[in-house]
Design a protein around this ligand. Structure first.
Ligand SMILES: [Zn+2]
Ligand SMILES: [Zn+2]
Length: 209
């Protein structure tokens, strides 16, 4: 579905988002089993994977990186991730946090991102704690935050389940960090997107952590 103008959201196991501007950008790639669904979604939005400029991976969990190898096989898009996460995505290093099972084929990361950097129109907000190199992405033009698994909005806005956080305390610090930014809208890896007043909800959440 088109969530905002030029922002498509695909309900794979974890949400994948497509940005259609002068450039075409994908944020995350779903679980491997959902790749067909994701490619169908792109086709529906009349986007050919060959025309994508950047695929941002918020973190290396299988529900965010699973479709990457298949999409990359047919696309010259650059893969961009936080530099701390890159070696887990490429599988140069074995991911040592929960969940233990990592089956995705390693895909090289082309663009190593730093906190605060703007790449292809999105500002990187480093949000470690869920994984070591998790990041959120801020589209300042649309006032839209791609939260990744920096928090979840399943039923209610809250932290991710600590069973899946490499460092629960740091995960909460990262939520406090997100609450400092201003954004009207938010798209989550898990849960309902928020339209309007999103950062105020993060401020409330940060207070009750
Ligand atoms: Zn995750
Ligand atoms: Zn997830």
């Amino acid at each position: 579905m088109e969530f905002l103008k030029g922002v498509h959201v695909f309900e794979t196991y974890a949400t994948t988002a497509l940005l259609v501007d002068d450039r075409l950008i994908l944020v995350d790639t779903g679980v491997e089993d959902d790749t067909r669904k994701l490619l169908d979604g792109l086709a529906k939005a009349r986007v050919n994977p060959r025309d994508l400029s950047t695929i941002f991976i918020t973190h290396t969990h299988p529900d965010h990186v699973g479709g990457l190898a298949t999409i990359k096989a047919d696309s010259p898009a650059k893969v961009a991730a936080h530099r701390v996460e890159a070696d887990f995505i490429s599988r140069k290093r074995t991911y040592d946090g929960p969940p233990r099972v990592q089956r995705h084929p390693g895909t090289p990361v082309d663009v190593l991102l730093e906190d605060g950097q703007v790449h292809d129109g999105l500002r990187v907000i480093y949000t470690p704690g869920h994984t070591r190199g998790s990041m959120a992405l801020l589209d300042e033009t649309r006032s839209l935050l791609f939260v990744g698994d920096g928090a979840n909005n399943e039923g209610r806005l809250g932290p991710m389940d600590d069973r899946y956080n490499v460092d629960p305390k740091q995960h909460r610090e990262s939520i406090r960090k997100l609450a400092v930014f201003h954004f009207e809208h938010a798209i989550f890896g898990h849960g309902t997107p928020i339209t309007g007043g999103a950062s105020a909800r993060f401020v409330e959440l940060a207070k009750r952590l």
